[in-house]
Design a protein around this ligand. Structure first.
Ligand code: URA
Length: 269
């Protein structure tokens, strides 16, 4: 099939999945921050990799999972959430490919997440699933977690102090998964990861970095939280989110095309 036809079909499919009437072929058409011309790559980008491809260096998926399990046990033992009020039944630690190239970070579990112990399984989660599918990825290929691992009372937005208390566990989670790209969903995750007090409008739509001491920075794309999108389901907001995700797909695609040794890497050890 001719490339142009494939691109048009993929855009139509994406528009259908996101419920968007119109998906710009070039993200530059959406806002002035999206300066690079972006068209959806025809390649299917899978973030699932074999053990030898994990983050561009030899890593063992089972070993990464073991470290995540250990971290979870430590979180449960230390129970940082006991320092603030929660309304939780289950700890929602995170799930997905322990070596995922793409990591989504939300804010905190809601009622459905609290009930099941799994992140993003309620209404916002269903929209996140559509976003992931629109990116031609499978949920099990990415890693999904939250700033807080327990449900705040009345679905309250995490406070800066609560986020600060739980941050070390999230940062360690990031270190273990070592994704090539992080997508922060909404304000609490974006502010925590970028260490920046700013609005979503100012942060989204362009690349930032999660800077780590002695390790390579990880590219971060902040975008609107799916729950916000559900509340403000305007075509303009949906286009903005899709534009942000397109930039992520393109980045993952070019890293995949460049091969595991030239994609995002951290110095080993
Ligand atoms: N909202 C979040 O931020 N995280 C979830 O897991 C569910 C809803």
């Amino acid at each position: 099939m001719a490339r142009a036809v494939k691109v048009v079909i993929q855009h139509a499919e994406t528009a259908r999945l996101l419920g968007v009437g119109f998906v710009p072929l070039r993200a530059g058409a959406v806002g002035k921050r999206d300066e690079s011309p972006v068209s959806t790559p025809v390649v299917t980008v899978s973030s699932a990799r074999s053990a030898t491809e994990c983050a561009g260096r030899t890593r063992d998926r089972a070993e990464a999972q073991r470290r995540l399990d250990e971290l979870r046990e430590r979180y449960e033992r230390e129970a940082p959430h006991s320092r603030f009020v929660t309304d939780h039944t289950n700890i929602v630690f995170g799930e997905g490919d322990p070596c995922a190239r793409l990591m989504f970070i939300g804010e905190a579990p809601g009622a459905e997440e609290d009930r099941t112990g799994r992140p993003f399984v309620g209404k916002a989660g269903q929209l996140l699933d559509k976003m992931i599918a629109a990116m031609k990825l499978r949920r099990e290929d990415v890693y999904i977690c939250n700033v807080l691992k327990t449900r705040p009372p009345g679905n309250a937005t995490p406070t800066v102090e609560e986020a600060r208390i739980c941050a070390p566990y999230l940062f360690e989670q990031i270190d273990i998964v070592d994704p090539g790209v992080i997508v922060t969903l909404g304000l609490p995750a974006s502010r925590l990861i970028l260490d920046r007090e700013d609005t979503m409008g100012n942060m989204r739509g362009r690349w930032h970095e999660f800077v780590r001491l002695g390790k390579q920075a990880i590219p971060v794309m902040p975008t609107y939280h799916p729950a916000f999108l559900l509340r403000s389901y305007t075509e303009e907001n949906r286009k903005k989110v899709w534009s942000d995700l397109q930039m992520v797909v393109q980045r993952l695609g070019s890293a995949a095309g460049a091969g595991p040794t030239t994609g995002h890497q951290r110095p080993s050890g």
